[in-house]
Structures are given as structure tokens and as C-alpha cells.
Design a protein around this ligand. Sequence first.
Ligand code: FAD
Ligand code: NAD
Length: 465
Amino acid sequence: MSNESYDLIVIGAGPGGYLAAIRAAQLGMHAACVEKGTALGGTCLNVGCIPSKALLDSSERYHQAKAGLGAHGIVVGSVELDLAAMMARKDKVVEALTRGVASLFRKHKIDWIRGTARLTAADTVQVDGEAARVMRAPRVLVATGSAPSSLPHLPFDGTHIISSTEALCLPKVPARMLVVGGGAIGLEMGSVWRRLGAEVLVVELMDHIVPGMDGQMSVALQRALKKQGISFRLRASVKHAEKTAAGVRVIVEGEGTENEETCDVVLVAVGRRPYTEGLGLREVGVTTDAHGRIPVDERYATSVRGIFAIGDVISGPMLAHKAGEEGIAAVELMAGVPAGVNYAGIPNIVYTWPELASVGLTEEEARRRGHELRVGSFSFLGNGRARCMNETDGSIKVIAAADTDAILGIHILGPHASELIAEAALAMQFEARVEDIARAVHAHPTLAEALKEAALDVAGRSLHR
Ligand code: FAD
Ligand code: NAD
């Protein structure tokens, strides 16, 4: 068993861990990254962001070819689904990107240690598996991410009661899918399988879907998804599920009623939990909170000197870009470089069609915090480019502080909202006023003009409303 010394050991090669390792190497540290999976990239690249978006993009094209091109005067003959080819394309995208991370590691001379890491002291990591070894470093960064949460009465069985991981590689289109949880995973994976032909019912505990998002936008997204044939049961949950000859029999309960549903597959998408199993945290004295997260200070230091943590395993939104920014900030701070993450400016996106993207406060949260608001909005119906695309569903909402014109939040439901939100995030990063967006020259005809119009509407001077 070898014994090796580094400046930094990163545990976990998700977007938090692998970006931290690269930044550490750029800063001159001799870094190693221990990963127990067979590829680099973590949840995001292997079973999260990337495969889900690959399937969303493919299923959107299929749906367009089947039902969306007539309005453009394009008559398509018979359109057929080759699910195996669609899945193979998705796998190829994943493979190219995970290999890309491996080549970045080689370029930066970062050692990729294949195995499962366990802390045995503040500066010592034991790796089990093929590459078994003991490694030492004055700093260890825990970036072990998260795993799907399950419900006690709906344990995952991998075929009929599944998590997002299995929903990314179903061998055939289910006739009927029941999704528990109307959050990002439920709506994205529900959209994929709906577009490919499944009947989809989403059961959501709260009184609206994507509960963390702006209420008005969430209602509008639900309406758009309903038009696509997705059904919803709000203020409801699944009480019981059992496998029968006809499929899975599910009891849905909510608002004092119970009803029985039969489906081929139940996707449980009720959130994710921090993953620290077998890491030896307690043994070395690292505390965790009631949710299993690792508490850290503003330098991402845990309760044990020399051990740091970032990403899904600490508090905050479970997002790849949040994990990555934290990884970069943590190692920069270790190296004495001034750094930090602007938590108020983290965009959040649900990649449905239309997409829902937001940055900053929702209107509800801004009011709750006592701000006096001015709110502007603009519908894509009034946007020339959206008309050209025949994608007029949705709108943009800009929330400003009435006294200072500061941007408190921007919410976009519409085509390519995931790309449009970058302008809003940049404006918030520069602490721009709404007037700055309203005065900036936006090219014509573009979807981005709808953001300018919403900004103009804050001052009551939208030109196309
Ligand atoms: P992870 O990516 O979870 O990586 C942790 C890594 O640590 C894993 O590879 C794991 O194998 C490894 N590990 C754990 N324990 C050990 C150990 N003891 N030893 C060695 N290795 C270990 N976020 C977005 O921002 N945009 C999206 O579009 C998006 N889509 C998603 C879709 C799905 C279906 C899912 C499930 C998630 C999605 N997310 C998305 C969330 C995103 O994937 C996570 O927020 C992100 O991956 C967290 O990064 P991380 O580095 O903290 O952890
Ligand atoms: P989530 O927290 O986004 O949504 C879970 C939903 O399930 C919530 O709406 C919640 O009210 C509901 N719920 C909880 N318990 C329930 C119950 N018993 N019955 C019915 N509904 C219930 O979690 P997720 O969708 O599983 O995603 C997990 C994490 O992955 C999230 O933190 C998310 O940010 C991240 N993710 C992000 C993206 C993206 O950025 N596009 C995509 C997928 C996942």
C-alpha cells in the first residue's frame, strides 16, 4: 500500500470537487482527487445535469418533429422514436464530457485516485479499492455531494419505484408514469417521458409546483405543462404503492381524499440528501447538522482544522454551478486569494419547455422581507423573435426596490430562459439598477428585448405593451 503526500486532497470529483482540484493546480498546489465512481464528473456529468439535458434536448426535437412543425409550414411524414439511439447519444455526450475532465486532470497534473475515501485523521485519507493507499495533506476538501432521498413507504426497487438515475435510462417508454414531487427533477424527467409518449401524473405536496420559485411563474409553468398533457395533483402525496400484475398500484392522498392510480413506474423525486456515508466524519470530529449537511464557516472550514467542505454536502441550493463556485472560492481562500461566492446571484433553472429561470428574490420573498416594490413584466407574445419562433408562451418579470431601483429578482418563463437569465445574473453581479437594463441597447429581433421591455415596464414605460 503506497503512502503519498499532497498539498490538497479533494474527496469527490463532481463539479465542486473537480473544479476545486483544477483551481488548486492553477494556484500551484500539488492536488489529488479521490473518486469512487468509474468516471469523473460526479452526479452532474454522470447521472444529473448532463444526461437529463441531453434527453430533454432530444425529446424536445422528437416532440417538435411530431407536433410542432406544422405551424412553420413543414409537413413531416411519419416520425418514429428510436429510444435506444436516443439513449446511446446521451451516453456518448456523458462519456465525452467525463473524458474531458480526465484530460483536464492530466493537463494540470492532478492525480485521480480511483477508490472510496475515508478520513482517518484531519490530515489523513485512507483509500479503499483497487488503488488502496494512505494519503496525507495539510488540507482535505470534502465534496462528496448528494444522493436521492427516498420515502419510507416507497423504497426504491430500481425498476418500478425509481429515482432520477433509473429515469435517465428506462429501456422503454412507460405507458403511465407517476411522479412524486413537482420540483426540478420531477418536471424535467416528467417532460422527457411525456414528450416521448407516456401519460404523466405529477403528485406534489405543496400548493404549487417548484415551490421555491416565484408563485406567479410557477402557476404559469404548470399551465404550460398541462397544455402538453402532464396532469397534476397538488397538496397531495403517495400513501402506499405495491407491485401488481397490472403495474404499480398507488394510493394518492390529499385534502382529505384518497384515490387509486395504476402506473408502470413511479419516479420518486422529493429532493436529495447530503452524502457522507463511510467518510469517517464523526470519527475525526467533523460535525453534521440535523439534515446530514456539514456546517462550514465563510472559508468553507468545518469544525476540524484542515478539513473543508463544499457543494451539495453543505447548505444552500443543490446546484452544480453553486458547488463549482464554492470549490473555486474554497481553494482560493486556502491560497490567500481574496474570494467568495455571491449567494444572492445564483441562477436557478428548470429546463422544461418553456424553461423557467430565476435569479434573486421571488416577489413573495421580497415582500416578506419588507421591501417596497416596483414590478415590471413583459409577455413573449409582444416579442418579435418569439413570434418568429412560434414560442410565445411565458413572460419576464423584473422586481425592483421602489426607493433605489435596485434589482431584487428577475424571473423568466419562456424560450431559452436558461440563456437569457445570464444577462440578469450579470446585471445583479454588477449591482446594476433596473434603469441600466432599460437603457442598454438590446439587438433586434431577439428574445432578450423582452427583458429590456420588462425593465422599462418597472418605470411604466414599456414600449410594446
Ligand atoms: P456530486 O456531483 O454529487 O459529486 C460527488 C462525488 O463524490 C460523486 O462522484 C461521488 O461518487 C463521490 N464520492 C462520494 N463519497 C465518496 C468517497 N467516500 N470517496 C470517493 N468519492 C466519493 N444542477 C444544476 O445546476 N443544473 C442542472 O441542470 C441539474 N440537473 C440535475 C439533474 C438531475 C437528474 C440530478 C440528480 C441533479 C441535477 N443537478 C443539477 C444537481 C447537480 O447535479 C448537483 O448539485 C451537483 O452535482 C453537486 O455537485 P457536488 O460536486 O457537490 O457533488
Ligand atoms: P426539489 O427539492 O427540487 O423538489 C422536490 C419536490 O418534491 C418539492 O416540490 C417538494 O414539495 C415535493 N415533495 C417533497 N416530499 C413530497 C411528498 N412526500 N409527496 C409529494 N411531493 C413531495 O428536489 P428534486 O426535484 O428531487 O431535485 C433534487 C435536487 O437536485 C434539487 O436540489 C435541485 O436543485 C437539483 N436539481 C436541479 C436541476 C436544475 O437545476 N435544473 C435539475 C434537477 C435537479
